[in-house]
Design a protein around this ligand. Structure first.
Ligand SMILES: CC(C)(COP(=O)(O)OP(=O)(O)OC[C@H]1O[C@@H](n2cnc3c(N)ncnc32)[C@H](O)[C@@H]1OP(=O)(O)O)[C@@H](O)C(=O)NCCC(=O)NCCS
Length: 171
């Protein structure tokens, strides 16, 4: 298994993995459209695929989050692993690889809105997200500091346009 940056020629395979993963989990999937919109807006900050025997079986994308403190934050969405290849560490590996690349590129914290029982395995927590003011809150809204201390003070973040969240939306 190889984790590598996504390339334009992967886009169809990525769409298929995202659609299969989210449809299996939630019965529907709009996430491939979100990914298309993020790319079109230049907001695909980091996009990786997991490839096995030349086949894309996993995908992760991070987009920039504007922070009023000037810190550099990123949002994780979406993360997908092909049904049939799940529960074998691919999702964890995609996240851990991405976090190292993001840290090396100067991103100071990452935020996710997702399964509260899943993301803590790579360090995200709702507690770390408490100082983060965003249109989301609660146990599914989690953060991970890539630079120690960056989540110690209040910060307001704004999502990329493709998420369709009006500025100033309350949680
Ligand atoms: C969530 C997802 C990316 C996990 O990928 P994965 O490669 O199976 O994850 P890993 O192999 O790294 O981790 C598997 C572990 O996470 C657990 N896990 C998977 N989905 C979970 C969930 N929704 N809630 C809690 N735990 C979950 C598995 O039970 C497994 O636990 P174990 O190690 O104790 O057996 C994958 O299930 C997926 O694509 N789901 C559909 C799309 C989705 O929900 N994306 C995230 C949106 S928030």
């Amino acid at each position: 298994m190889v984790i590598r940056p996504a390339a334009p020629e992967d886009h169809a395979a990525i769409r298929a993995v995202i659609t299969a993963a989210f449809t299996a989990e939630f019965g529907k999937s709009d996430e491939a459209g979100l990914v298309d919109a993020l790319r079109a807006d230049g907001d695909a900050l980091l996009e990786l695929v997991a490839e096995e025997d030349g086949v894309v079986v996993g995908h992760i994308l991070f987009s920039p989050l504007a922070a009023d403190t000037g810190a550099r934050f990123a949002a994780l969405a979406p993360l997908s692993v092909q049904p049939g290849r799940q529960k074998d560490g691919l999702g964890t590996c995609l996240m851990e690889t991405a976090h190292e690349l993001l840290r090396a590129s100067g991103i100071e914290a990452v935020i996710v809105l997702g399964h509260p029982a899943y993301y803590p395995r790579v360090g995200y927590s709702a507690e770390a997200a408490r100082p983060v003011k965003a249109p989301f809150a609660g146990r599914s809204f989690m953060a991970l500091a890539l630079r120690p201390g960056v989540l110690d003070r209040p910060v307001t973040v704004t999502y990329a346009k493709a998420f369709g969240i009006p500025a100033g939306s309350p949680p």
